[in-house]
Design a protein around this ligand. Structure first.
Ligand SMILES: Cc1ncc(COP(=O)(O)O)c(C=O)c1O
Length: 326
């Protein structure tokens, strides 16, 4: 159950923009997110390189979804799974990982440049034990290879080659880079948009050439970056789009109440980015994005009245539905 996800048309937004707004439903992967594709390819890459053999340990630094994908696959393939994550992630992700059999090590949030960043701790731990691999989702290009070999071809087939633009937010950059590499090879005219949340550096990098953060911090999880990862390096990207939280959250709730999809905020941000791209390109174009995961993991944050109020985002939820927030 990795890949071959459904492609759906988002009816209301397609009607509003005059474009076909399509989304790959990535929460239909077995582990529930787009990151299952990367998880499978990262493990298979380690096996092929002889870094992992029967009974071995897979170690990763992850904010959640890659860990969930890896934990599922480790159970199925007979590996141990150890996950390092920043200690500011939603509690649902932590308990899910533990339930799936992974050992979770939550560490204080520090920048990549700090030696104690969760990724560096994951690498050091894997190096310190036998038959273990640090899958290194950010800089191991087996991640984007998953999307070159699966997501890209699926989008091409699902649309019969009639795709004008792709729009994805980036965490590692694997999804955006891999699909863009594959699809631009099929048709160089396809436009690639990187949709960035507030507080990330990539919007400014792809508009002004500066690695400089935009203002604010985002309610979204799993996306936004402070650097150019190896997965993003050299990928063909035409334009950066900045999607503010207000727009991402509004779109997440519109997906829920108008289109029937209960998804997390990165999916809302992706779709808000697809709408921006559709407006830039004008009517008559086909714009493809994805729904990364479901909303269940974000129940205590994204779907909480207190949290939305604290961030000044409560007004983004239609008034008639505010009473249903806990
Ligand atoms: C919820 C969610 N959305 C989107 C992404 C971004 O995917 P990628 O790492 O391929 O850029 C992630 C990555 O972890 C994620 O967890």
């Amino acid at each position: 159950m990795v890949g071959r996800t459904p492609m759906v048309r988002l009816n209301k937004l397609s009607q509003e923009t005059g474009c076909e707004i399509l989304a790959k439903v990535e929460f239909c992967n077995g582990g529930g997110s787009v990151k299952d594709r990367a998880a499978l390819f990262l493990i298979q890459d380690a096996e092929r390189k002889g870094q992992l053999s029967a009974g071995g340990t897979v170690v990763e630094g992850t904010a959640g979804n890659t860990g969930i994908g890896l934990a599922h696959m480790c159970s199925a393939m007979g590996y141990k799974c150890v996950i390092y994550m920043p200690d500011n992630q939603s509690p649902e992700k932590v308990s899910t990982l533990k339930l799936l059999g992974a050992e979770v090590r939550q560490v204080p949030v520090v920048a990549w440049t700090d030696d104690n960043n969760y990724n560096h701790q994951a690498r050091r731990y894997a190096e310190s034990i036998e038959n273990a691999v640090w899958t290194n989702q950010f800089d191991n290009v087996a991640n984007r290879q998953a999307h070159i070999e699966t997501t890209g071809p699926e989008i091409w087939d699902d649309t019969n080659g009639k795709v004008d633009a792709i729009v994805f937010a980036t965490g590692t950059g694997g999804t955006l880079a891999g699909t863009s590499i594959y699809l631009k090879d099929k048709n160089p005219k396809i436009q690639t948009f990187l949709a960035d949340p507030q507080g990330s550096v990539l919007y400014k990098y792809f508009t002004e050439g500066k690695l400089e953060r935009t203002d604010g911090s985002s309610i979204t999880e799993g996306i936004g970056q402070g650097r150019i990862t190896k997965n993003l390096e050299g990928a063909p990207i035409d334009q950066g789009l900045l999607v503010m939280d207000a727009d991402a959250v509004k779109t997440t709730f519109s997906l829920l109440y108008d289109e029937g999809f209960f998804v997390g905020a990165s999916s809302g941000l992706n779709v808000a980015g697809a709408v921006q791209a559709a407006r830039l390109m004008g009517p008559g174009h086909t714009v493809v994005t994805c729904l990364c995961d479901t909303g269940h993991k974000y129940y205590s944050r994204l779907f909480s009245r207190d949290e939305l109020e604290k961030r000044g985002l409560l007004e983004c939820i239609p008034e008639a539905h505010r009473h249903s927030l806990h």
